[in-house]
Structures are given as C-alpha cells and as structure tokens.
Design a protein around this ligand. Sequence first.
Ligand code: GDD
Ligand code: MN
Length: 405
Amino acid sequence: MDLNQPNHLLPVPSNPLEIPAAPTIALASSTDAREPPIYFSLIIPTYNECKNIKTIVEKLSQLLDGSIPGDYELIVVDDDSPDRTWEVALSLTFDYPQLRVMRREYERGLSTAVIRGWQVARGEVLGVIDADLQHPPETLLQLLGEIQRGADLAAASRHVAEGGVSDWSVVRRFLSRGAQTLGLVILPGVVGRVSDPMSGYFMVRRTCIAGKMLNPAGYKILIEVLGRGNIRWIGEVGYVFQERQAGESKVTWKQYIEYLRHLVRLRIARWPMGRFLRFGVVGFSGVFVDMGIFYLLRTLLDFGLTRSAMVSSEVAIISNFLWNDLWTFGDISKRQPGKRQRLKRLLKFNTICLMGLILNVLLVNLMFNVFGMNEYLAKLIAIATVTLWNFWINMKLSWRVTDVN
Ligand code: GDD
Ligand code: MN
C-alpha cells in the first residue's frame, strides 16, 4: 500500500512526542523506497472543520504550487471529528496529491495533533496553520521568506505592524493579552521572545526541534517549541486574525487552565536546577560565615548587637558573592573578565541581597503578626522565598545582564 496513494489515511504515531531528525514513514510499496524528502510540511489540525477544509486546501495548494511546486505537503490531522472532516479531506486527496490525512481516534488536542503531524512529515521546515481561514494563507509566503532569509522560526503575529485581530470581543482580547502577560511573568525567557506567543500560525526548521521531546498542553504549541527547541533567529510577520468562515472556536476555559499548567511545567523543565542547588549550598555556607563572624565580633571585639549583625551579614554576603561568582555562575562570570565587571556584579548582588534581607523581615512579620503563624515556620518560609528571590533576580540581573557574548 503506497501511503501517498489517494484515499489512504496516514498511520497515527503512538510513540512519545519526539520530532524525528529525518522523515520516518517509508513507502510500503513494492520498491519499498523511503519517501523523498521535501522542503515544507504544513500541518492543518482539524476538529469539526468539514465546511472549511476544502477552501483552505484549495487556497494553500494554489499558493504553494505557485512558490514551491512539488516541494511541499499538507497534512490534515483530524481528531475523529463528528462532522467527519477527515473523510472530506480524504476525498480531496485525488485532486490534491500533496495532501495527506491522519485520523486520530485515541488522542485529542490541538498541540499533540500538530506534533503527530510533524512526526510523519517529510519536510525540512515544519509549519502549522488553522483550518478555519482565520490565519490568512497568504501570510505563509512571507513566513517562508523569513525562513529562507535564515530564520530558525517564523511566526505570524497579531501584535506587530500590519498585525491585528478582526472584531474580537473585549473579553477575548483581554484574555489573550492576560495570558501573554502571565507567560511573561512565569517564563520571560520563552514567552518574551515573540510578540505573539499565543500564535498558532508559525513554522520552524526541523533541525531546531529534532530529537526534542515535546510535551505541550492545550493550544499553545509555539510556547513548547520556543521552550524546548534550539531557536536562535526568530522572524515575525504581521497578520490580521480573520473572522471564522464556518463552525466555531473550540477554545474554552479548559484551554486557559491547560495553558497555565503548560507554563508551570515548562518553567520547572527549564529551571536551572544544578545552578540553583549550587546557589543553595553557597547560601547555606553563608549562614556559618554570618554566625561565625557574629560570634567573633560579640565575644572578641565586644561589638554592639546591631553593629555585629550588620557587619556579619555583610561579610556573609561578600563571601556568598565570591563563591557564586567563582562556582555557581563561574561559566558566566568567566565571560565578563576584569575588576570593573566583577565590582559591578558585587554591587548588584549586594543590593539584591539587602533587598532580600528586607523582604525576609517583612515576610516574617507578615506571617507571624498578621497570619499568626509559628515564628520559626515563618522564618523558614521567609528564608526559602528569599533564596528563590536572590537566585532568580541575581541570575537575571547580576550575572546574565552583564553576560556579553
Ligand atoms: N486535531 C485537532 N484537535 N484540531 C483542533 C482541536 C483538537 O482538539 N481543537 C481545535 N482544533 C483546530 C481547529 O479545527 C482549528 O483548525 C484550529 O485548531 C484552531 O482552533 P480554534 O478553536 O478555531 O482556535 P481559535 O481560533 O480560537 O484560536 C486559534 O488561533 C489563535 C491565534 O493564532 C488557535 O490556533 C490558537 O492556538 C491561537 O492562539
Ligand atoms: Mn479559529
């Protein structure tokens, strides 16, 4: 059976959601030759799109036949739509030989549909577009232009020049922007890389995500690709999100919950655990330095209580800085040699740690005096919170910002 013969459904991968370095589906015909690689594979995820699928396939084929004839494929990945979109798509394969159809019966979801499509794709460049014509097909050529200019990923954005949404309700606009802001707080290094992280219309070089285990939740496949792929150069093209032609959006509250879950999961996956543990060990050593100096000042030099506490804390901060600069962030500080740079890092580290000290005292008071929490438990929670604060802000400001490549 030749998988490329019209009217044949593609096999549905059931392996983990990993993008193969090369196309995996071989022709099962007599020659048993592997399918020829092509340049571009575009996934069209569908759920109840029987009224739109013919139009989108026609428009995409017209466009791509005019720019990369014979060097692309369209892959409809349908989740066993009640309106039998997969069947309509299959009937189109006679007229559109570059169209392939996958019907998933045991797995559902927009993001995993895209990945399953990419797993059977033959293209060097992997893309996704909605079936409902809300993503204007014409933008595709500009996205391909970005990739041909050298971009690793090209995303259609509603939030750049020539971008926009048709007449979305204020609520939908608010929710979309709110979701984006939340993403910027939890995952600034990922969500902050594009102007429209919610976009479901983009393409990426296979090499940037080959071998990566993708583990998306809900609708936001772009965040997963940005979070786990090796993406250096990102191109963006403005587009206006159109009115739906037929059918209705499948976005429900569930997608927003899934999105939050996805952000947290990516945050944990991308948390620099090794560095954080080193930072914790250094911080722990600082406790001994602080206590030791405090003891010496109080017994040998007979310093007053406050003066001893301040001096010992400051010595501990400097000791922590030196160890962090050498060990925790050594790989980064090595790239910023010189006394001036080191002094800059020390001053930032010091300021952030002193703010941490204030935060510590405020938290203890809040939990003890306002919430009536046990003082030692309050202190422990304050230390843990301030350690996270010190680590994250120092990594972002003291070492990363001055990190000149
Ligand atoms: N296979 C499959 N499985 N396809 C799905 C599923 C699913 O569970 N849910 C939705 N789709 C398909 C729809 O058939 C459509 O082709 C596309 O995914 C988008 O679904 P919509 O329900 O129309 O989403 P939207 O228009 O509200 O939002 C879209 O555009 C936004 C802006 O780019 C989505 O792509 C969002 O992810 C995106 O942020
Ligand atoms: Mn839509």
